[in-house]
Design a protein around this ligand. Structure first.
Ligand code: SF4
Length: 257
């Protein structure tokens, strides 16, 4: 492990740790030393088949209840879709935001991370997950050997900042979701990670507590979907970082399966 790795895991409250000597793929073999109550919750990474509560993707009814891409995005290629989002005034969020925040990353990414919506920093810079929450997300990515510029795409459910960072309302999500759905169709990711309840609910098409959705593999139109906490929540509740680490480990094993 290099100094950067240590820094990342310290940021996630997951250091010190050790790696099995003969492990060919360190991340998949990580055991976290239980030096605190939170860390004690982190176990050896399991394969999806070993994890309790895994949902059979074919059996889980979710994506069909999500609203379909509407006419403004259903057939769009990347340039057209970006232009449509730039020009969009379909909901009231556009009246109060500075600019739309489309998404960032590798347009052929294997990994798609989906958040809720832009905050103040994102609204100002036009990029998702900048500022403190973005820094934590970058560290979470680094902990599983990823970075936002390679093999990763990052997007939000709504592309315009809700006033005072409130949760997007149902009509706003309904209007904006087709853009995310089209992004997913174009990217064709191998795995989706929903960051927070808003993203999970939008992608699953039904409401549930985030705690009840974690720890198993869901399905979004044939794509494995992992659900974890939003980085902004983890900044407010650092004890939950250990659970987020569990979720990331599940994502890695699912991606590798
Ligand atoms: Fe359009 Fe989405 Fe912005 Fe609403 S949040 S105006 S639907 S881009």
């Amino acid at each position: 492990m290099n100094i950067r790795d240590e820094a990342v895991l310290r940021e996630l409250n997951l250091y010190p740790l050790w790696v099995r000597r003969n492990a060919p793929a360190p991340l998949e073999q990580i055991e976290v030393q239980a030096t605190s109550v939170a860390q004690a919750e982190v176990a050896v990474v399991q394969t999806p088949a070993e994890l309790p509560g895994i949902v059979n993707p074919a059996a889980e009814k979710n994506a069909e209840s999500v609203s379909r891409p509407n006419a403004r995005s259903a057939e769009s290629d990347w340039p057209a879709l970006k232009q449509q989002v730039r020009d969009c005034t379909a909901c009231k969020l556009r009246a109060t935001c500075t600019q739309t925040v489309f998404g960032v990353g590798d347009e052929n990414a294997e990994w798609l991370f989906v958040g809720e919506g832009p905050g103040a920093d994102e609204d100002a810079q036009g990029e998702p997950f900048v500022g403190q929450a973005g820094k934590l997300l970058d560290n979470m990515l680094a902990a599983i050997k990823l970075k936002r510029t390679s093999r990763v795409y990052i997007a939000n459910v709504v592309k315009c900042r809700p006033p005072n960072n409130r949760t997007p309302e149902a009509d706003e999500i309904a209007q904006c979701l087709p853009y995310l759905q089209r992004q997913i169709e174009l990217i064709k990711p191998k795995l989706i990670v929903a960051l927070g309840k808003t993203a999970a609910t939008a992608l699953l098409g039904h409401d549930a507590t985030l705690g009840s959705l974690r720890g198993r593999v869901h399905d979004y139109r044939g794509i494995p979907l992992i659900i974890t906490y939003h980085p902004a929540y983890l900044l407010r509740s650092p004890a939950e970082k250990a659970k987020a680490w569990q979720d990331l480990c599940l994502a890695v094993t699912t991606h590798s399966a």
